[in-house]
Design a protein around this ligand. Structure first.
Ligand code: GDP
Ligand code: MG
Length: 236
């Protein structure tokens, strides 16, 4: 079975469209699937809406945590997922064709734990505004030089082998913006392969968190993550 995990925070305007589109397309594919929406800290009725949708759509499960935190929501969803393959999407950024290709890659390469949908791999097209592209480029460069990251991106859509990432996700200490990065680094340090596929990034709405807020928070987080993950990657 396949699980699709989507963190959701103040998504009353977009959630219903995304969920319905994903359920309709996944049903049409014929594969068994579940959709897990993990809400936390919303103030706009997202939770009530998600629960209403779950009443209509048997494949949808809604989970909720008290405090707004993207990484904590993603981690909760990964740990709750029942599928052997897990795909993570944003409410405003998803691509079922990426999911299909990434899961096929996981199925044919047993040592691969995670496939990242890379905004920076050759062949990718990132339509976000240039300041966000620059932040992504600098962030990835720092993680590649500072942590030995092998892929060209850690944020955004991913497909994962549940048996490989469950324990790693449970071990992750960082939530908010750095959960994805810690998870990918932990997979590499466990000697697992992290692969990437280029994606086209077309967000359905502009970013809601200004970069001037995100950059200092992420910089401090990276220093703390460096201290936590001081061991070098297992050589392959
Ligand atoms: N559960 C949860 N989800 C969040 C939180 N912040 C963002 N998200 C979700 O994470 C995804 C990406 O968020 P978005 O605001 O589009 O971030 P950006 O595109 O990186 O600026 C969306 O599905 C959001 O609803 C949060 O605090 N908690
Ligand atoms: Mg977004």
């Amino acid at each position: 079975m396949r699980s699709i995990v989507i963190p959701a925070h103040n998504e009353a305007d977009y959630l219903a469209t995304t969920v319905r589109e994903l359920v309709t397309a996944s049903r049409a594919s014929g594969d068994e699937f579940e959709l897990i929406v993990v809400e936390n800290g919303s103030t706009d009725g997202t939770l009530a809406l998600a629960r209403r949708l779950a009443g209509e759509l048997p494949e949808l499960t809604v989970r909720t945590l008290p405090v707004a935190d993207y990484g904590a929501a993603l981690r909760d969803g990964l740990l709750a997922a029942c599928g052997d393959m897990i795909v993570t999407f944003d409410v405003d950024y998803y691509d079922l064709d990426f999911a299909r290709r990434a899961v096929a890659l996981l199925e044919r390469s047993p040592r691969t734990a995670i496939v990242v949908g890379s905004k920076r791999a050759p062949g990718a097209r990132d339509t976000r505004p240039w300041p966000r592209r620059v932040v992504t480029a600098v962030f990835t460069a720092l993680v590649r030089t500072g942590f030995g990251l092998s892929v060209s991106d850690t944020h955004g859509m991913k497909a994962m082998r549940a048996s490989a990432v469950r324990e790693l996700a449970a071990d992750c200490c960082f939530t908010t913006d750095l959960f994805d990065t810690e998870l990918v680094l932990r997979a590499e340090r466990a000697g697992l392969t992290v692969a990437e596929l280029p994606v086209v990034v077309e967000e359905r709405r502009p970013s809601r968190t200004p970069i001037w807020k995100r950059v200092p928070r992420t910089a401090v987080g990276l220093v703390r993550l460096r201290r936590l993950l001081h061991r070098p990657p297992v050589s392959r």
